[in-house]
Design a protein around this ligand. Structure first.
Ligand SMILES: [Mn+2]
Length: 328
């Protein structure tokens, strides 16, 4: 697919749903918001439907209640849809329960993404740009090419939120000159970027900070300080009255320690272990994530592994240490 074939696909269809991955992040939320506003501008019958609810942080994008979870009404919409636009998803089943509904009813899907393709490549068609910092950036380039004048303040808000969050506030190595051009245009259009930042990043719950304290108390270092890792479990979250979103960003945070090249989170899900990896840029952590059955970007990757926590922990930390010690 190229931008003009995406445009034709949208023009040819009327009833369109937009979705993104389980536990949506800023790119999922922002790019879905921008795409919804564009489809609305085109006069399409459209709905954003996600497996997961809107994270509290992103409620400011849902003032008009345009984000829906899967229920009777939204499921009926999907069953009758002409097309589904699937954003920020490298693996078909990351749509969660929507995946089965789409599969069963053979709904046409178009994936727009910046992840490296997984083996579950079940989308009808796709546009993938792994050089884009975010799907929001792809949507920006798409609109600039096919429908420049449609970009209004709302669409720009969605795009800016996607770019801001997926680049870690323009800090990560995926930040491009285009990411900054988008920021320039957002400011020129009059978006209150300081307010957007506060909404997203200066709204930490107390439980999150308490949990961070616990994790800091139990932070581990290996490989001469190059590897920082921490373990989390349900009890720790319960003790601070927190939610599973309270530790979003912790792995990024610990990568910021002097001397640390790679940070790893291991979350004990009783029989499964969720892990996330962050690298400063000298180690490709997606190599290790792949070995654990996951994937991601070279410097930001994740995996979900079945097994007892102690065993999985030993395996992944050994793999990571061997990799780090071998490279340097
Ligand atoms: Mn993304």
């Amino acid at each position: 697919m190229n931008f003009s074939s995406i445009k034709s696909k949208i023009d040819e269809n009327h009833k369109i749903f937009i979705t993104s991955h389980i536990n949506p992040d800023g790119d999922s939320m922002g790019s879905a918001y921008a795409m919804f506003k564009y489809l609305e501008f085109l006069g399409k019958d459209c709905m954003i439907i996600n497996h997961s609810p809107v994270p509290e942080t992103y409620n400011f994008l849902n003032k008009e209640n345009i984000f829906f979870e899967l229920d009777g009404e939204s499921a009926a919409f999907i069953k009758n849809a002409d097309l589904g636009l699937v954003l920020d998803i490298g693996d078909f089943y990351r749509m969660g329960d929507l995946a089965y509904l789409v599969e069963e009813n053979e709904i046409e899907t178009l994936s727009i993404d910046h992840h490296i393709k997984s083996s579950n490549d079940l989308f009808s068609s796709e546009y993938i740009d792994t050089n884009a910092c975010s799907v929001g950036e792809i949507i920006y380039s798409f609109l600039k090419e096919v429908d420049k004048t449609a970009i209004d303040k709302n669409i720009m808000l969605g795009i800016y939120v996607a770019v801001l969050t997926d680049t870690g506030s323009f800090r990560h190595s995926n930040t491009t000159d285009l990411s900054h051009k988008i920021a320039v245009e957002a400011i020129k259009m009059g978006l209150d970027i300081s307010k957007i930042y506060q909404d997203i990043y200066e709204n930490s719950s107390r439980s999150r900070i308490k949990l961070l304290g616990k994790v800091i108390d139990n932070l581990n270092f290996d490989c001469g300080g190059k590897l920082a890792w921490f373990a989390l479990n349900h009890d720790m979250i319960k003790e601070v009255n927190g939610t599973k979103h309270d530790f979003d960003g912790f792995t990024d945070f610990f990568r910021g320690i002097k001397g640390v090249e790679v940070s790893v989170m291991l979350y004990d899900l009783q029989g499964k272990v969720r892990m996330s990896f962050r690298s400063k840029g000298n180690f490709k952590v997606n190599e290790i994530a792949k070995k654990m059955g996951g994937g991601g970007h070279p410097f930001a990757a994740a995996a979900l592994v079945e097994g007892e926590f102690a065993d999985v922990k030993t395996t992944v930390l050994n793999l990571m240490s061997t990799y780090i010690n071998k490279e340097k």
